[in-house]
Design a protein around this ligand. Structure first.
Ligand SMILES: Cc1cc2nc3c(=O)[nH]c(=O)nc-3n(C[C@H](O)[C@H](O)[C@H](O)COP(=O)(O)OP(=O)(O)OC[C@H]3O[C@@H](n4cnc5c(N)ncnc54)[C@H](O)[C@@H]3O)c2cc1C
Length: 474
């Protein structure tokens, strides 16, 4: 019988997906790489192939480092398909996606999910006002369209991306009015035990130190240990208020960028009903995976930040390892080659992950910015406040899924991406049980909005370029 399945479908063309695609293709597998962006690179190397010289200089060497891998992908046999937004995946590795507004479906023999991370929401009072954005959104505008703010900005929260964006804005000539850091210097001393292990990943540690030194040299005001953050304003953000080192501050601001780290994007693996667990280290849900990245569902792998946050280099290495395991499954290599080929990547991965426990501990988002006070909106789509969620718990609501029935929480266009983690933690706190006991939303397709007309006209995606699409069996 003619097997029309593609060997492996990879979702996500960031460091993990591109590296996996190149590795799999080099071992003779037919690979289709789908991504909703219009060019490869993922979050870190977004738009790197098109960025002009000025944007490259502003974004720095970690950004331009992606160019080589992107070029290798475009020159390879991998069938890379941009503008493909995946809205459903089945356990049988059938991937449904929207391609420039048209529904397509593709059958794979194995599947790799490399969908990366999203920013952890930072629900503080006033975070829904115009003039407040996430730092990640600010950086996407910079990478995607070379857009920078007109006036001065305040960056608030914690995490390497916050410092990185501050430095990138300085290079772009933007005035960074203040860095309002929820972390404190004493955090470093309280985690000294992790320091020894982290030294193996000294390059990552050095990067953070060097970003902070650049900000200091530029005279950026740096407030540490900030608490009680709230945005003030009527129609739009006018000021950021907070306490730091025993004093209260109010800084006038028209643009405030919030950030408190990134978390794995788990909507696809959650919708697949792969097993997940609560990570106390990273304060988020992570899919259970073996050392090759295979989930509880045979033939379905996850690599990169979509599995657990490890950074771009670790993501690329995890992609390589998953591709090797997939090649073994499809009998392109034997067991002994698998182990030999994997060995250097495993060694590298250990180094790349060495600093992670320290990084997670240093930039652990503060409880008050994850489990907000009653008046703060948590579900932005349906305007549900933390107080309303606590009220549902008092009425007998046990977990996030039930909040949907109580008050449409998590039922808006973002399908709970923005509020899911906060809702889990608010319920856990109010019930006085661990988040693992509270669970997460039961994610269902469509993961992206799709119209009935699009659904009805879904066609098989032809993974080789020549022939015309076939109507998919319903
Ligand atoms: C907004 C943001 C900005 C970041 N900027 C930096 C930075 O400047 N420097 C840095 O070191 N780290 C940055 N990070 C962290 C960084 O994402 C990672 O460490 C690294 O890019 C992880 O690589 P990855 O391959 O796992 O995922 P990613 O690079 O995130 O790639 C995932 C890809 O999957 C695609 N995708 C996701 N869902 C779907 C879907 N349903 N259908 C189709 N395609 C999909 C995305 O379009 C994306 O291209 C950033 C993270 C975020 C959230």
């Amino acid at each position: 019988m003619n097997d029309s399945r593609v060997d492996v479908i990879i979702i996500g063309a960031g460091p993990a997906g591109i590296s996996a695609a190149l590795q799999a293709s080099s071992l003779g597998l037919a690979v289709v790489l789908l991504d909703e962006q219009s060019s490869p690179g993922g979050q870190i190397w977004r738009n790197v192939a098109q960025a002009d010289a000025r944007t490259r200089q502003v974004l720095g060497s970690d950004y331009t480092a992606g160019q080589k891998l992107v070029e290798a992908l475009l020159a390879s046999d991998v069938r890379y398909q941009p503008n493909a937004a995946v809205w459903q995946v089945t356990e049988e590795c059938r991937v449904h996606f929207l391609l420039e507004g048209k529904a397509r479906v593709l059958q794979g023999r194995q599947l790799l999910i490399a969908t990366g991370a999203m920013e952890r929401p930072m629900p503080i009072p006033g975070w829904t006002l115009p003039g407040v954005m996430t730092a990640g959104a600010g950086q996407i505008l910079l990478k995607g369209a070379a857009l920078v703010p007109q006036g001065p900005v305040i960056l608030a929260g914690c995490g390497p991306l916050l410092y990185l964006l501050a430095v990138q804005y300085l290079r772009a000539g933007i005035r960074v009015q203040a860095l309002v850091d929820t972390g404190a210097l004493r955090d470093l001393f309280s985690h000294w035990r992790q320091l020894r292990q982290a030294l193996a990943g000294w390059r990552d540690l050095l990067k953070g130190v060097s970003l902070l030194a650049t900000l200091k040299r530029a005279g950026v005001r740096h407030y540490r240990g900030a608490r009680q953050l709230r945005v003030q304003g009527g129609q739009r953000a006018e000021a950021l208020c907070f306490d730091s080192e025993g004093r209260s501050h109010t800084l006038g601001a028209a643009l405030i960028l919030l950030h408190q780290g990134v978390v794995p994007s788990t909507h696809i693996s959650q919708a697949l009903r792969a097993e997940h667990q609560w990570s106390e280290q990273q304060l988020c849900w992570v899919a259970r995976r073996d050392s090759w990245g295979e989930t509880s569902l045979p033939g379905i792998f996850i690599a990169g930040d979509g599995g657990a946050i490890g950074g771009a280099n670790a993501a690329a290495t995890e992609g390589r390892l998953a591709a090797l395991a997939i090649a073994r499954r499809l009998q392109k290599i034997d067991d002994s080659s698998l182990q030999t080929l994997a060995k250097p990547w495993r060694r590298l991965l250990r180094k790349q992950c060495a600093a992670r426990p320290l990084i997670d501990a240093l930039y652990r988002p503060h409880a008050q910015n994850r489990v907000p006070e009653d008046g703060t909106i948590v579900c932005r789509c349906e305007e549900v406040s933390a107080g309303a969620i606590r009220g549902y718990v008092d009425l007998g609501c046990l977990g996030p899924n039930q909040t949907k029935a109580f008050g449409r929480c998590g039922m808006g266009p973002c399908q709970g991406r923005q509020c899911g983690l906060s809702v889990t933690e608010i319920i856990a706190e109010h019930r006085n049980v661990p988040p693992a006991q509270v669970g997460y939303y039961r994610i269902r397709p469509p993961l992206k909005p799709i119209t009935l007309a699009q659904l009805a006209s879904e066609l098989e995606f032809e993974s080789s370029t020549s022939s015309t699409p076939q109507r998919s069996p319903t």
